[in-house]
Design a protein around this ligand. Structure first.
Ligand SMILES: *Cc1c(COP(=O)(O)O)cnc(C)c1O
Length: 377
């Protein structure tokens, strides 16, 4: 038994070194009374767009807003279809549904866990308006074929890059490839706010202006409402927090990559564990380090008994969620997604995880996959 407890995430360890710098930035917001949108958000929008290699950034309330406003601003709504994957967080499809459109699923690739680009064409109908690939666990979807199909079939591409700030695709940043890309700054994401926040990045000026309207009650000018929008502005405090944290994102991502390499070295010979593979076209930010194991729930339980907290992303694919019963999907429709949902186990992963902690997780995992259900361990 390992005596070292390893949390799934350690936000305190992540924030302690930058706490004073962030508190000082928050004080500036309080002094300026710039709480809703405002100059601190504007400064972060510019810095984040530059980081992503895009022209424009639009700060919003959260990552779900950023997906939703992107769809609304592109004019996607009732009667339209948006192609995405069922192996994602519910927010991806919620945004499609709340825009009034219908999510149409294609399965994921069994090696990259992102959209199976070979399945896209078959899912296109005369109603299809957009493709929304998800950069799951920080690994970029294979964007060149997505963009080629979109161009040929006249479709929009919105990247769900919530998990992928800093990820690379053929040398370009995730989020800089589609017509728009959505990011989440939920605290547990690689670039996490001290609360809720999100952003859209795009190179399209007209699209930027429309998203700015949707996040602010459809106003282009105060009290002149051109469209029915929403209150989806980013908090000034979050803009200031994110402005500080953005400077440390690359460092954090490289520490995650080092931890992932260490996991791979320790677990590479364990036949019962399928390790994540990095696609040859890119560089993942290892937002989530998900292995695949048989009898996952029992393995996770045995890890917990050894003091190792794991996660599951995601145990129920979107097409099998009760909320989407009306789509009429059943088990068997997306076999790769379903097999992954049954076997994915997310190991502890955060920049500050120590080599000793990674070793403790690996020791516990090797022991946990080798003990059989019903046999005392
Ligand atoms: C986190 C996440 C979202 C939603 O972001 P919120 O900021 O929580 O609204 C959307 N898509 C994916 C893939 C995510 O991981």
């Amino acid at each position: 038994m390992s005596s070292l407890k390893v949390p799934f995430l350690d936000l305190k360890a992540h924030h302690d070194p930058v706490r004073q710098e962030i508190l000082a930035a928050m004080n500036d917001v309080i002094d300026a009374n710039a709480f809703a949108g405002g100059p601190f958000v504007a400064r972060f929008e510019e810095a984040f767009a530059a980081y992503c290699g895009t022209k424009h950034g639009i700060g919003v309330g959260n990552g779900t807003d950023s997906l939703w406003f992107s769809l609304l601003a592109l004019g996607i709504g009732a009667g339209d279809e948006v192609i995405t994957v069922p192996m994602t967080f519910m927010a991806t499809t919620e945004a499609i549904s709340m825009a009034g459109a219908k999510p149409v699923f294609v399965d994921i690739d069994p090696r990259t866990y992102t959209m199976d680009v070979a399945a896209i064409e078959n899912a296109i109908t005369p109603r299809t308006k957009a493709i929304m690939p998800v950069h799951l666990f920080g690994q970029c979807a294979d964007m060149d074929p997505v963009m080629e199909i979109a161009k040929r079939r006249n479709l929009w591409v919105i990247e769900d890059a919530a998990q992928a700030p800093g990820t690379l695709y053929r040398g370009r940043k995730a989020g800089s490839i589609g017509h728009a890309a959505s990011f989440s700054f939920y605290p547990g994401k690689n670039l996490g706010a001290w609360g809720e926040a999100g952003a859209v990045v795009t190179n399209d000026l007209a699209l930027r202006d429309r998203i700015r309207m949707y996040r602010d009650h459809g106003q282009a000018r105060k009290y002149h409402h051109d469209v029915i929008g929403w209150n989806g502005r980013m908090d000034g405090l979050q803009g200031a927090v994110l402005g500080v944290k953005l400077k440390y994102l690359d460092h954090g991502n490289s520490l995650r990559r080092a931890a992932a390499a260490h996991y791979a070295k320790l677990l590479g010979e364990t036949a019962e564990v399928i390790l994540p593979e990095e696609a040859n076209y890119g560089r993942t930010n290892h937002h989530v380090y998900a292995v695949r194991v048989a009898e996952r729930d029992a393995v996770m339980q045995r890890m917990a008994e050894r003091g190792i907290s794991c996660g599951i992303h995601y145990p129920v694919p979107v097409h099998l969620q009760k909320a989407y019963a009306s789509l009429g999907h059943r088990r068997g429709d997306f076999p790769v997604t379903e097999a992954c949902a049954d076997s994915f186990l997310s190991l502890p992963m955060y920049p500050e995880i120590t080599a000793e902690q990674v070793e403790a997780v690996a020791v516990a995992l090797k022991a946990s996959v080798k003990s059989r259900v019903g046999v005392a361990v």
